[in-house]
Design a protein around this ligand. Structure first.
Ligand code: NAD
Length: 257
């Protein structure tokens, strides 16, 4: 049987370690036959990514801090030179200073707000823009990661909830702008999982436990579930879907009080 991503090449941004959602998506895409390019934020995280990448078939590993337009451009240039195109791009990264992820949202500082929105929301626009020449006219797909805190008040999620609201809105605007170029843009809204980034959110372990107790599927979300949903969104099986936020949260978001 032909694999869903056979002959396709994709860029996955946001692997920090083996617990990263980006790594769950990398595994799903790799098993489906894709060739993968992974970016990592810093040299320190690059060591983890080198180690993990050894399990992949001919990966290309590139450092790219999305705070820097120069690094984003250099990353796309390298992909242009070494591969020439991209069939999918996964944006699985976000950042807010730890002190902004506890206490009240009303106390958010201007600098923390700007930084959270820049890295967690604007970066999707920046990488989509830079990847456009590599992705256009190939029925390609962009997938990003969001969370329910964009539309509901979640204790301690604070400025990240506002950044995710901007990210989800960006998904819709980008879907409309890039659709004529044959590029689809969607988001996965994942239930809580303990990762490097989420451990900065006060009370994340309690959130995971509550989710497992209350979600209609009565379990915590795992990396494979998110990886498989991303595989659907990266593959031609979802060719009629763009501008959507798809929940992979065991149904948690449908609950009332
Ligand atoms: P993670 O810590 O494994 O991944 C976050 C990644 O963001 C890291 O690789 C980090 O290096 C990267 N990053 C941060 N700032 C960056 C920058 N300036 N340049 C480049 N990369 C940068 O955590 P994760 O939970 O796998 O997060 C992945 C995505 O999933 C994030 O968008 C997060 O908000 C989202 N998400 C996570 C959860 C959860 O519960 N873990 C739930 C829903 C959505």
């Amino acid at each position: 049987m032909t694999q869903l991503l056979e002959g396709k090449t994709g860029l996955i941004m946001g692997v920090a370690n083996k617990r990263s959602i980006a790594w769950g998506i990398t595994n799903a895409a790799s098993k489906a036959g894709a060739r993968l390019i992974l970016t990592y934020q810093s040299e320190r995280l690059g060591e983890n990514v080198q180690e993990l990448g050894a399990a992949l078939n001919n990966p290309l590993l590139i450092q790219c801090d999305v705070a820097s337009d120069e690094q984003i451009q250099a990353c796309m240039k390298r992909i242009q030179e070494e591969v020439g195109h991209l069939d999918f791009l996964v944006h699985a990264l976000a950042y807010a200073p730890r002190e902004a992820l506890e206490g009240t949202y009303a106390a958010t500082k201007r600098a923390d707000f700007s930084l959270a929105l820049d890295i967690s929301a604007y970066s999707l626009v920046a990488v989509s823009q830079a990847a456009l020449p590599l992705m256009k006219d190939r029925q390609s797909a962009i997938v990003t990661l969001t969370y329910l805190g964009s539309e509901r008040v979640v204790h301690n999620y604070n400025v990240m909830g506002v950044a995710k609201a901007a990210l989800e809105s960006s998904v819709r605007y980008l879907a409309n702008d890039l659709g004529p170029h044959g590029i689809r843009v969607n988001a996965i809204s994942a239930g809580p999982i303990k990762t490097l980034a989420s451990s900065a959110i006060g009370g994340i372990s309690g959130m995971v436990k509550l989710h497992a107790e209350r979600a209609p599927l009565r379990k915590a979300v795992d990396l494979d579930e998110i990886g498989d949903a991303a595989l659907f969104l990266m593959s031609p099986l979802s060719r009629g879907i763009t501008g959507e936020v798809i929940f992979v949260d065991g149904g948690y978001h449908i609950l009332g009080v």
